[in-house]
Each structure stands twice: as C-alpha cells, then as structure tokens.
Write a new protein. Structure first.
Length: 365
C-alpha cells in the first residue's frame, strides 16, 4: 500500500448535521491511516473541528441565494481543484441534490477520471430525483464504490435502484470521545435525559418527544429533559414547552462542538426521528456508556440498539409505548448494567473497526 495517497472528502458543509460530522470523522480515520486528506466543503459553514486540510467553496465571490448559475460556477471550481491536486480517491458525503442537472454534472463531469466512493447517508434519494431511476443507475453505475451507512440502507438501495458494488460501512465516533466526555458539563447537578442534535421537527419529531416526556413520570420525579442543539424549529419547541407548562423541567442548551460531557452524565439519551440513515447520536451515547431510548425508525436504530440490553427500542409514533419506555428506564431497569452494556456494544462502531473497513477499500485503488 502506498501511504501517500491523497483523499478528498467532499461534504455539503461542516455544520450541525450527522452526515457532516461523519465526513469529519472520515478525515480523522484517513489521516490516522497515513493518507493525505483534504475536506472539500461546498458551503462556508464550518462548525466542526476537522483533521487535514480544508478547502471551502462557499460564498467567496457571490452573495445571496445560490441559483443554478452560481451552482454551476461552483462545480467548475471544484473540478479545477480536484484536477490540480490529483486526488487518488474522492469520498462524496454530500446530501444528494434535488437537481438532476447538478447530480449529472457532479457524476459525469466533476468526478470524471476519479475513483469515487459515494456515501449514502439516507435510505432514499430526494423526492425530485427519486423518480429518475434509470438516470440514477447511469449516474452511479461506474462508481468505484457505493458506501451505505447501514445494512437497511444497503438493502433499500440494492432493491429499489439495482445498484451494484455496494458496501456497508457504519459511521463511527471520535477516537477521543472519552477524553472529551471527561470535560466539564453542567455547573448544577440534577438528573436528566438528553436529546442532542438538530432542532428540525419534520425530521427529528421533537414535539412528539416533548409531549411524551410531559405525560411521563419523569417531571414528577425531578428528572429534566435537556435539548442540546440548534435549528429552525427551536422557537416552536420553546413555545410547545410553555404550552405544556413544563418550562421548569426542560432545559435548552445551544449547539456545542463537544456535547459528550452532557451525554456521559445523562441517565439516558433519546431519539424520536421519523427517519434516519445511521444516527450518530446513538453510537456516541453508547460510546459514552449512556443507554438510549429510541424509536425504531428507518433506518439504523435496530442495527445499534439491542432491546433491554443497551437501551429500549419502541415502535415509531407510538406515544403511549414511548412514554412507558421512559418510565420503565427510571423505575424498573438497572441503568448501571445498561451503561456497561452500552459501552461494550459500542466497540463494533469504534474507529479501529471502521478504519479496517475503509482501508480494505482504499487498498483496492
């Protein structure tokens, strides 16, 4: 193996999304494996710490909304940079565009003559391009590799689009997560459960979470709900908390690049999403020794959580069952035992394990 291979990790941005964090963790893996790594960000939104070089194609010369002309100019700049740097592998983590034209240009022009590993973080393509199955097959048929983040995503992609050369590589967590988790969190000491991630109700279903918490035993037991993150629905969630008269029981914390002290000290974390690809928050919780209560949405949770071993899996959109799960965790379960199980079950998602998977692909170049 030639250690001085150059790898470009392309991402939509380095803001608060799971796919964006996954790209950062890939840069850490590739650097630790001895490769030269450059993260290429399509937008100038840089919140996460990263490893290697960074090249941002954000609004350097243009302002305002990104119209089609701007997107094409940006694509041309990306193509020029890839050719200049002569990368040995391109790892594309972008959220797939709703524009067939943009995806065509990326696949057939920007990536022409480059080995490309397309990482699919969700179980399906955006609605506007989903119907172009034949075109999608053409766009991705010559991919060096199609990487899915869960076996459920792999199964869907293979069955619906008949893609070949598909491999599952799970998302991982930071190799320094224990060190980060040991840092200071709250100044005050109180028991709490935790959601950490984006405040986007159409995806994360957070009104469901708040309502389930409000009718559970937890507020009466003095166990708070902590919501850590940012997003367009933050004010709506604050209003929902006020409407339910649980302002004294719910704590909002702004986005933090290091949420892990809050994760480690939570009784358990929660996830109520309508859908996922492979939720990083779940494996990060397990790595911190924090069990989880999650809905069994598409896709990912069932490949991470073993019911009543490292957490509880609940049918999606069943508020009664989710409320019962919250109650069960604090009244009937041994959180200490679940914590040990959580930590042990995170090993399969560790960087040592996931690095081996990526190395086997890079060695094929």
């Amino acid at each position: 193996m030639i250690k001085d291979k150059k790898i470009a990790v392309i991402t939509t941005s380095l803001s608060t999304g799971g796919a964006e964090k996954a790209a950062v963790l890939q840069s850490e893996i590739f650097t630790n494996l001895g490769y030269h790594v450059c993260i290429i960000s399509m937008h100038n939104l840089i919140l996460y710490d990263y490893t290697g070089k960074l090249k941002s194609f954000g609004k350097e010369k243009f302002t305002g909304k990104e119209n089609l002309a701007y997107k094409i100019i940006k694509i041309l700049r990306v193509k020029k940079y890839l050719c200049k740097e002569k990368f040995d592998l391109v790892v594309d983590n972008r959220m797939r565009s709703n524009s067939v034209l943009v995806e065509f240009f990326m696949s057939k022009f920007v990536y022409f003559n480059f080995p490309v590993a397309y990482v699919l973080h969700q179980y399906d393509f955006p609605k506007k391009i989903r119907k172009y199955k034949i075109l999608l097959k053409i766009l991705y048929k010559n991919a060096f590799k199609i990487i899915t983040v869960s076996d459920e995503v792999k199964s869907t992609i293979e069955n619906v689009y008949q893609f070949k050369n598909v491999k599952t590589i799970y998302n991982t967590f930071s190799s320094s997560i224990e060190e980060k988790a040991a840092q200071k969190g709250f100044n005050d000491s109180f028991d709490y459960i935790l959601y950490f991630g984006r405040f986007l109700d159409s995806h994360k279903n957070l009104k469901f979470l708040i309502n389930a918490y409000s009718i559970s035993l937890l507020p009466k037991m003095g166990i708070k709900l902590v919501l850590l993150g940012e997003g367009e629905d933050k004010q709506m969630l604050i209003d929902e908390v006020k409407n339910l008269n649980i302002e004294n029981n719910v704590v909002f914390i702004p986005f933090n690049k290091n949420p892990y002290p809050y994760v480690k000290n939570a009784l358990f974390s929660v996830l109520t999403s309508h859908f996922e690809g492979f939720p990083l928050s779940l494996i990060e919780s397990l790595a911190c020794g924090t069990p989880v209560v999650t809905v069994n949405c598409e896709t990912g949770p069932s490949e991470i959580v073993i019911d009543n071993f490292n957490g509880i899996l609940v049918d999606i959109n069943d508020i009664e069952m989710f409320t019962q799960a919250l109650n069960h965790m604090v009244t009937d379960m041994s959180l200490e035992k679940l914590s040990v199980n959580a930590k042990n079950s995170s090993v399969k998602f560790s960087q040592n394990k996931i690095s081996d998977e990526w190395k086997s692909i890079i060695d094929m170049i």
